[in-house]
Design a protein around this ligand. Structure first.
Ligand code: HEC
Ligand code: HEC
Length: 362
């Protein structure tokens, strides 16, 4: 992944010395050499290999461009907010407030989802699963009036006239003219960068590969989480938060509200129209969960203690509540141990990885 940074540095140097000279009249870019270099994704052994995206193969220039766009407030109407305003690397690419703030501090409706291992989700993005791909997802925040509050026409205009983006789009996608810069290519570049957001280096990963050991408390928590000990109560967590991604990526009513009554947010039912989907939400990954507070689709819980207390009570009964949500009978020690285990899912290297950080900072 070092190469992507190298490319970015080269690209920036290249752009700063030759931009105007290489863009021909009427935005002609064809004189600039186009030599795409496939991006070598470093995938963890325990993950099933990421499916190739034939429509949008990863290239070094594409990933580097996506990284710039992710951090660039140029996408927002008043140039104050970027994707990274709500998806902050230090917090596992989530933010720290219950519902995110867009331009002019407009309050959104939901909690920012921590972006982790997104390249392994192949459908149903957002809490309610309303879009099918990262390419489609990336189109949404720009025109969401509570997020970046812009129009795509405006963003396309800014990109085409920008001193460095046209050359970067040429390098990423081989376009011949600045006119070809459009929302589709912006979304493709963002999706390429997002597929490099791989986190698989937590203490728990190291335990699984034999490089670390859990403390007795963490181990007790693990046994409760995965229902692995007859001597301890079962947490039932791994029915839904399981595998290398720590999520089944499917939708459940995990008992937050009685979904037979009026609901502030219909969740999946708002998309499917099926009453049985009322209050079902996409199961979030628990990677870096100690850093992604507040929790749930509306950020209603500020701490992991509150989350565990809720699960321990068995939630609010309603017709479509998952049968795996039920009073668990965890005592104080069990709850503390479960939380200690959740802390082992933090991957500090992910929070610091240079290639994922803000390229505009020195
Ligand atoms: C104002 C805050 C804000 C901004 C800006 C923002 N997001 Fe988000 N993001 C959110 C929220 C809130 C959600 C959950 C929304 C929902 O489910 O309806 C979300 C969800 C997502 C998801 C879905 C993840 C999943 O697991 O399903 C992706 C991907 C994502 N954002 C990427 C981006 C990208 C790329 C940008 C920039 C173009 C961006 N976001 C800008 C707040 C923001
Ligand atoms: C039936 C499936 C299911 C089970 C069992 C389950 N969860 Fe969840 N979990 C979910 C869903 C779905 C959400 C998102 C719900 C929402 O936001 O409305 C969630 C959210 C969470 C969150 C909030 C994450 C975030 O980023 O906001 C945490 C933490 C969590 N679960 C931990 C656990 C633990 C610990 C257990 C076991 C005690 C557990 N879960 C059991 C499905 C489940």
């Amino acid at each position: 992944m070092r190469t992507s940074l190298g490319i970015l540095v080269l690209l920036t140097a290249f752009i700063s010395c030759q931009d105007k000279a290489t863009i021909g009249p009427d935005g002609d870019l064809s004189a600039i050499p186009y030599k795409p270099i496939p991006f070598e994704l470093e995938e963890p052994d325990r993950f099933v290999k990421m499916q190739a995206f034939e429509e949008n193969p990863l290239t070094s220039a594409g990933v580097a461009l996506g990284r710039q766009l992710f951090y660039d407030p140029i996408l927002s109407r008043d140039s104050t907010r970027s994707c990274s305003s709500c998806h902050i690397q230090a917090f596992g690419f989530s933010d720290t407030i219950s519902v995110s703030l867009g331009i002019e501090n407009r309050k959104g409706k939901r909690n920012a989802i921590a972006l982790t291992n997104l390249g392994y989700h192949y459908t149903q993005f957002f809490w309610d699963g309303r879009v099918a791909s990262l390419e489609e997802q990336a189109l949404v925040p720009v025109e969401d009036s509570l997020e970046l509050g812009n129009t795509w026409e405006e963003v396309e205009g800014r990109m085409r006239q920008h001193p460095s983006y046209p050359v970067a789009f040429r390098a990423a996608f081989g376009i011949d003219n600045t006119r070809e810069i459009d929302r589709r290519l912006v979304a493709k570049a963002l999706a390429q960068f997002e597929r490099t957001l791989i986190s698989a280096n937590s203490k728990f990963d190291k335990v699984l590969s034999g490089q670390a050991e859990l403390t007795p408390t963490e181990e007790r928590g693990r046994l409760i989480f995965f229902d692995e000990s007859e001597m301890l109560p079962t947490g039932e967590c791994a029915h839904c938060h399981v595998g290398p991604l720590l999520t089944t990526l499917t939708f459940f009513n995990n008992g937050l509200d009685n979904t037979d009554l009026a609901l502030a947010d219909l969740g999946l039912a708002g998309v499917s129209g099926n009453v049985f989907d009322r209050g079902k939400f996409k199961t979030p990954s628990l990677r870096n969960v100690a850093l992604t507070a507040p929790y749930m689709h509306d950020g209603r819980f500020s701490t992991l203690e509150e989350v565990i207390e809720q699960y321990n009570k068995g939630g609010h009964y309603s017709k479509n509540e998952s049968p795996n949500i039920r009073p668990l009978g965890l005592n104080e020690q069990d709850q503390a141990d479960l939380i200690a285990f959740l802390h082992t899912l933090t991957d500090t290297s992910y929070l610091e990885r240079q290639e994922l950080s803000n390229p505009f900072l020195p």
